[in-house]
Write a protein that binds this ligand. Structure first.
Ligand SMILES: *Cc1c(COP(=O)(O)O)cnc(C)c1O
Length: 375
């Protein structure tokens, strides 16, 4: 048998890929990030506010003086100290940092991926949980949420008894639904879980409910946070807090310089000026209340309560409403089609007051347009 180069098939890259790349990877679709140029961008839970001019200049100085010829501090000691304070990590608990919390989800999956291992989550929730599970060779078990998107603790515990997951993820508040699960239901799950439980508090700045202080109560719990939704999505900095014994296992898989020099130094600077991000988070919470009030006034849509920086809503003809908004240069997230219970659902991120107004106006016009086309 000739090899592919000899057979003249070297130009057929697909044959090479078929013979080299894992079959399950070939079957996956990569995470799609839509083009947002020229749009009002309300699709990705970003903080819409820029940093004050003076702070931007300080960051410029930091970049100018950073030693880019040197590897970063592999342990990020200074940054960890500041994060420990800012996130109120309880005494005795440690921190591990990642290039975004996405990377930490991957570390968790990698260390738990014994042959046949299962990752459990709820559905619908953060799409990276099942995606990372698959890539790392874990079987993902998704337990449906209740019809109001609440946590069905009995269903979760039954699934845990059946599948014995090594690791389970709960986003608190949940994405894409925006709600905070009942804390007692979550506690019952952690207490009776078959394995490690991760509470993903990416939206903590907008919810102010947390399991962080309760880490010492549970030997199988870790709490994950990120600076992304707080206003530093571009820096890529996530963290996980918990017992040093767990984090030591994760640290073996972490690449030594996963946090670059600029991320570390700029994050240190921003944590010293945490008041700026806190003020912006407050403005986002205020914006959420006004956006939600404005949306409630529109006929034909159902909005879901949110403790996050986005609002999930249901509207008949969601697909066409999404396209009509896009024609008005407003990009939100289309969820309809991604999961049966998200049928006719769209998700809008809270923007600046001006962006929220623009969205409300465009939504109202789009509803009329679609409604008229529908009749
Ligand atoms: C956005 C999000 C993250 C990812 O955050 P990064 O730190 O930017 O990687 C993690 N979990 C949930 C639930 C999210 O919505």
């Amino acid at each position: 048998m000739m090899n592919m180069a000899e057979s003249g098939a070297a130009t057929d890259v697909q044959d090479w890929i078929t013979s080299v790349v894992r079959e399950d990877i070939r079957a996956l679709a990569s995470y799609h990030v839509p083009d947002s140029s020229g749009m009002i961008k309300l699709d990705a839970m970003e903080n819409p506010y820029a940093l004050p001019e003076a702070v931007r200049r300080e960051i410029g100085d930091i970049a100018a003086s950073a030693e880019l010829n040197r590897y970063p501090d592999a342990d990020a000691r200074e940054l960890k100290g500041l994060l420990r304070q800012a996130m109120a990590v309880p005494p005795g608990m440690d921190l591990l940092l990642g290039n975004g919390s996405d990377e930490i989800i991957q570390l968790l999956a990698q260390v738990c991926a014994r042959p046949g291992a299962v990752m459990l989550g709820v559905e619908p929730s953060f799409v990276m949980f099942p995606m990372i599970a698959k890539v790392c060779g874990l079987r993902f078990v998704g337990v449906p949420l209740a019809s109001d998107f609440g946590l069905d603790a009995d269903a979760v515990l039954a699934a845990m008894a059946q599948h014995r997951p090594a690791v389970s993820f709960f986003a608190y508040p949940n994405n894409p639904t925006g709600n905070l699960f009942d804390a007692d239901a979550l506690e019952r799950i952690v207490r009776n879980a078959s394995g490690l439980v991760i509470i993903d508090e990416a939206y903590h700045p907008f919810a102010r409910a947390s399991f962080m202080a309760r880490l010492p109560e549970f030997p199988n719990l870790l709490v994950m946070r990120t600076l992304s939704k707080l206003g530093l999505a571009g820096l890529r900095l996530g963290l996980i807090a918990g017992r040093p014994e767990w984090l030591a296992e994760l640290d073996k898989v972490r690449l030594p310089y996963n946090l670059n020099v600029l991320t570390q130094r700029v994050a240190v600077h921003m944590l010293r000026r945490a008041d700026i991000l806190d003020t912006q988070a407050q403005a986002i919470r205020d914006g959420r209340a006004r956006l939600s009030a404005g949306m409630s006034g529109l006929a034909g849509i159902q909005i879901y309560p949110s403790d996050a920086n986005f609002i999930l809503f249901r509207v008949p003809g969601a697909e066409r409403v999404f396209e009509a908004l896009k024609r008005r240069r407003i990009l939100i997230k289309k969820l309809t089609g991604s999961h049966p219970v998200l049928r006719d659902c769209l998700r809008v991120t809270v923007g600046t007051p001006e962006e929220n107004e623009a969205f409300l106006g465009a939504l109202s016009a789009s509803l009329q347009e679609v409604g008229a086309g529908h009749a």
